[in-house]
Design a protein around this ligand. Structure first.
Ligand code: IPE
Ligand code: IPE
Ligand code: MG
Length: 242
């Protein structure tokens, strides 16, 4: 089911796992485990709604500063979830891509990433970009370094082509769960003209009804891209020419 107000690319800051667990007097990692299930449900729901690209923020470059126990728990969970979920994702036509700095990740995690990407590379149904050890500033810097290393002119286009999400169009809709209204170093470059939807639901509680509310809200927005409402491309002649 697709209609014209369905976003092509949805990006999500999956926030609130720790609070979900704390409210139940559980260790934070229990919330992260629930978060994996929420992501599986969300990917299926996005696919069912005709969304073609889903990008999720799973671990930021700043999340290393959490207590060592949580960081190692997250790394274990990530490696485990990869091993467990890839066959089903492959069967569902999901193309998995991992976005972020790979240096500093353990060989176990790296191996999981490489296997998951190669096993699903030919899939076309839904592209699932998992931002892991990712930061928007890191992305801009690595892209600029690659532009410079290749001796290219520094332009918006050359930089865009070197960004970690160059294989997909910019996100139409960015959702953040967990109640905070900030970007926390997520897609700084790519979200220039995205619509934002902030949900008070904690990520493990994010469900189809909330996804539908986000999509419905998105459908009511007037995306102007700097133009005026209802303006057609043919009208945008250079100043002074009409
Ligand atoms: C988001 O949930 C997942 C990661 C950052 C890895 P949090 O762990 O940030 O949950 P809260 O914000 O503390 O509730
Ligand atoms: C953003 O959440 C990162 C992820 C969801 C992976 P954080 O919980 O790290 O963000 P802050 O610290 O509240 O800004
Ligand atoms: Mg958080």
């Amino acid at each position: 089911m697709t209609n014209k107000s369905t976003p092509h690319h949805v990006a999500i800051v999956m926030d609130g796992n720790g609070r979900w667990a704390s409210r139940r007097f559980l260790p934070r990692i229990a919330g992260h485990k629930q978060g994996v299930d929420a992501l599986k449900r969300c990917a299926r729901a996005c696919d069912a709604r005709g969304i073609k690209v889903l990008t999720v923020f799973a671990f930021s470059s700043e999340n290393w500063q959490r207590p060592q126990e949580e960081v190692s728990g997250l790394m274990d969970l990530f490696a485990l979830a990869l091993g467990r979920e890839v066959p089903q994702l492959k069967a569902d036509g999901v193309q998995l891509r991992f976005i972020g700095e790979r240096q500093g990740l353990s060989s176990r995690v790296l191996k999981g990433i490489e296997l998951a990407e190669s096993a699903t590379a030919a899939n076309q149904q839904l592209v699932l970009n998992v931002c892991f050890n990712y930061g928007g500033r890191w992305d801009i810097v690595q892209a600029a370094a690659r532009v410079a290393a290749q001796g290219l002119a520094m332009t918006e286009q050359s930089l865009s082509q070197m960004m970690a999400l160059a294989h997909v169009p910019d996100p139409d809709l960015v959702i953040r769960t967990g109640g905070e209204q900030r970007i926390s170093n997520f897609l700084l470059w790519q979200s220039a003209y995205s619509e934002f939807f902030f949900s008070d639901k904690l990520w493990p509680d994010f469900d189809e009804a909330e996804l539908d509310l986000a999509i419905q809200t998105y459908g009511q927005r007037d995306r102007r891209f700097g133009k005026v409402s209802g303006q057609r491309d043919a009208v945008s002649l250079p100043t002074g020419s009409n």
